[in-house]
Design a protein around this ligand. Structure first.
Ligand code: P6P
Length: 338
């Protein structure tokens, strides 16, 4: 749904795109009479977070908030100053919204219970990687925020139990990309929509609805520095790709690499390695949301040879090997693993 400007009396029309993320979400909600508006509140909190994070990043070097802290996160990874800042911004924006029962972040060991049951509102759990690829920040590289929204399981015995749901249970997923422009990509289960921040008005404007990934694309995205420790099947795939004229593109930020593949086609892989035998990427707030976006755009997302969204997570920070992208390209990888 993109608005068509009315023709005014003078016959002139403004061709301005007036379909914002907010109007798009409200229009989507109208399709579900039972929707309580909670969902749009959560997504607008994410949109607000993205604007604030993008603004902090643009001025990070000036305000001396680049670089790392003398601390590691729960993953044992050195925290960037902006990791912590982005995490706080998301927690504050989400924490004030009704309908958010639980938040969980890559930066925090445990989920946070925001509010106990409040009446009939359908509560949700919001999981996120606040600044994916943050090691790129010091060199002005592209980074992003990845989020996954699950329905709160009221029967769960604990906040962690409520979020340990398969990727197929996600109510929504998406990411914000802080690059040459600030992009917000979202799916609520009925296709993928893309928005770009117009800083002059402070709104995310709809630029593409029903984004479809190309069926094929001769580009693979993997950290080839780990090649020697990949299982043999992945090495066979790389030999095949390189002898068939494939290009390699890898930025070290999953959200940037997968976004490029969503628009141009290709395949992103993080196979098991000697250092990360389960794979490095976190299932609940990196792989599952990106996999939902790719599948909703017509692509495939697997771990080994099975659909990754069907994999039952056992812990909040569980890692998983993954391969996602154009359906034909994922098939090329899988057939070499057999
Ligand atoms: P490596 C960033 O730290 C991240 O979680 C993903 O965004 C990215 O794809 C991957 O790890 C990069 O890991 O081992 O290639 O540096």
């Amino acid at each position: 749904m993109v608005d068509t400007p009315p023709r005014s009396k003078s016959g002139l029309t403004t061709r301005d795109n007036l379909t914002t993320l907010q109007t798009h979400i409200l229009a989507e909600e109208q399709k579900y009479p039972e929707a309580s508006g909670t969902f749009s509140w959560i997504l607008s909190a994410l949109a607000l977070s993205a604007k604030v994070i993008a603004d902090k990043m643009r001025r990070a070097r000036i305000h001396d908030v680049l670089g790392s802290l003398d601390s590691d996160n729960v993953q044992g990874e050195r925290q960037q100053k902006l990791d912590v800042i982005a995490n706080e911004i998301l927690l504050r924006c989400l924490g004030t919204r009704s309908g958010v029962a639980i938040v969980a972040s890559e930066e925090d060991e445990n989920p946070t219970l925001i509010q106990r049951e409040t009446g009939g509102e359908r509560p949700y759990c919001v999981l996120f990687d606040p600044l994916d690829g943050s090691s790129n920040l010091d060199t002005c590289g592209t980074v992003g925020t990845i989020f996954s929204i699950l329905r709160h399981d009221r029967r769960a015995q604990s906040p962690e139990a409520s979020i340990l749901q398969k990727g197929t249970e996600q109510a929504a997923a998406g990411y914000m990309l802080y690059g040459s422009s600030t992009v917000f990509v979202l799916t609520t289960g009925t296709g993928v929509s893309m928005f770009v921040l117009d800083p002059s008005i402070g709104s995310f404007l709809l630029v593409q609805q029903n984004v479809r990934i190309p069926a094929a694309g001769k580009t693979y995205s993997v950290n080839e520095g780990n090649r020697q420790s990949f299982p043999q099947g992945y090495q066979r795939y790389l030999d095949w790709a390189q002898s068939n004229g494939y290009s390699s593109r890898y930025s070290g930020a999953m959200v940037a690499d997968v976004h490029r593949i969503l628009l141009r086609g290709g395949v992103f892989l993080y196979p098991p390695t000697k250092k990360s035998p389960e794979g490095k990427l976190r299932q609940l707030y990196e792989v599952n949301p990106m996999a939902m976006i790719i599948e909703q755009a017509g692509g495939k997302a697997v771990s080994g040879t099975t659909r990754v969204l069907e994999s039952q997570p056992k812990a909040l920070h569980q890692r998983i090997a993954c391969c996602m992208g154009s359906p034909d390209e994922v098939d090329h990888v899988v057939r070499h693993l057999g």
